[in-house]
Design a protein around this ligand. Structure first.
Ligand code: ZN
Length: 198
């Protein structure tokens, strides 16, 4: 097992922009890949999902930490593995918060489904057919995007929807849009800031 280095964009564009290949056999090299993904995600407490291309491997495997967004106190669960995940139903598209370990320090607002039905196999090769709702659906959708070479910045409609988060002089986290405009005064945006401990 090993904590792997996370591939960042744009330096790692070759692997992050490539479509990933399905896993044929969950035994063998795929086992080590799953372990490495879990260990690497666990080494990043701010991370709630990681896809194989983010550790340099173009295989269709993602790990996600679900259930951490119902309220401020809830902690995301342990990493769950989705191998060869396939979206068979999606709906309830909404604008929500987005961020990525491969784009450190950058956040944005994207529109993604908050209802997602996905099939695939787990790390033991057992098939699953599960529904993900709310922010869990956002997380799973974001990770499956990685397997297609899609990054969250591709789903941001307007450049002003991309922002960095900085500490102000009072030690509070505020959004600074890429255009340099401080949008933290907006009530709606302040409430979205709560999500940043993800
Ligand atoms: Zn990501």
């Amino acid at each position: 097992m090993a904590v792997r280095e996370i591939v960042v964009y744009p330096e790692g564009a070759d692997v992050l922009r490539k479509k990933s290949e399905p896993i044929g056999d969950v035994a063998g090299p795929a086992r080590k890949l799953v372990r490495d993904l879990k260990e690497t995600l666990n080494a990043h407490p701010e991370g709630i999902g990681l896809a194989a291309p983010q550790i340099g491997i173009n295989s269709r495997v993602v790990v996600v930490r679900l259930g951490g967004h119902e309220d401020e106190e809830s902690e995301p669960g342990p990493p769950r593995t989705l191998i060869n995940p396939e979206i068979i139903e999606l709906g309830d598209e909404r604008r929500d918060f987005d961020g990525c370990l491969s784009l450190p320090g950058l956040y944005g607002e994207t529109v993604r489904p908050h209802y997602l039905r996905v099939t695939g196999v787990d790390e033991r090769g057992e098939p699953f057919d599960d529904v993900f709702e709310g922010f869990d659906a956002v997380v799973v959708h974001h990770e499956i995007d990685h397997l297609e070479g899609v990054l969250f910045i591709d789903r941001v409609d307007r450049p002003e929807d991309l922002y960095h988060v900085r500490e102000n002089e009072d030690g509070e986290l505020v959004r600074v849009s890429l255009s340099g405009e401080d949008k933290s005064s907006s009530k709606e945006r302040e409430s979205a800031l709560d999500s940043l401990s993800l």
